[in-house]
Design a protein around this ligand. Sequence first.
Ligand SMILES: [Zn+2]
Ligand SMILES: [Zn+2]
Length: 341
Amino acid sequence: MKALVWEGPFEMGIKAVEKPRPEKGEVLIRTKSVGVCGSDLEIFRGDFAQAVPPLILGHEACGIIEQVTEGVENVKAGDRVVVDPGIFCGRCEFCRKGTYWQCDHRGILGMQGYDGAYAEYFIVSHLSCFRIPQEMKWDEAALIDILADPLHAMDMIPLQIGETVAIFGPGPGGLSFVQLAKIGGASLVILIGTREKRLALGRKLGADITINVTEENVIDRIKQITEGRGVDVGIEASGSTQALADTLKVTRKHGRVMVFGIYSENASLDMQDMHRRELTITGSSGCPWSMPRAIDLIATGKVQVKPMITHRVNLEELESMFNDGIIEQRKGGYIKGVLLL
Ligand SMILES: [Zn+2]
Ligand SMILES: [Zn+2]
């Protein structure tokens, strides 16, 4: 079969590889759509330590089940599914406590230890599969993952009705947070970024106020909007350590900060301020059982993911998207790419 194989920093190309064979409890899936994620870019550059080449990337994966194996009951051949990319052992302390996404032996499809879906076929455990509605389009289905992760983060914050929220980073994750905060009852959603096109989309999707940090001082502006108080909840979804430092500063005393971005360096944070104002800082990773809700939110039109898709590509075009810097430099107004097979 054809696959896009990552062979080390800045080395990725289409190769003929052997079609994977599912073992007991696994299913073989014919790839239909895969979201292109910011973390794929980290891996491509060699900035994601857990990724070891050669590796087929692609973790925001959807497809049709081609073959099931012994012991598989929840899905059957022909089912249209989306996949939770987290892979867990089921035996360690965290799995047995029910917090399987923090598994000591955690793997991630297409990122860590397991080949992903930038290929004609891929395999996963049947436990990773969630059926999607017949009417849902494949491009939309590829964005279930990018909604399910923020949904898990929202569960961890958690947001109270009427609270104010600042979201740093108007990428697909941040744009999902905007919509979830509105559904969750936020009285004010402020979206912060550097690119006007993304901020404009954020306003369309529900952000009450947007702040372009290339034009305005975000800390002064949020202080002014909230009359010096700061927001109840600060969400950092850009992966910028400067933005993380700012998120802390714009969040009120006793406020909650969600660390959601993927960072390639350590941040310099005002620890004294954290201590003095008694902030709560929480990380969030993965989408434990939030996929069924993400599917429903998209299927019912409560959350819109389609406006985020700027590039629909085949495998050859995806290869050049990485190698020509289209994703890295956000060429052509790039927000979210989807591989369609
Ligand atoms: Zn992703
Ligand atoms: Zn485990």
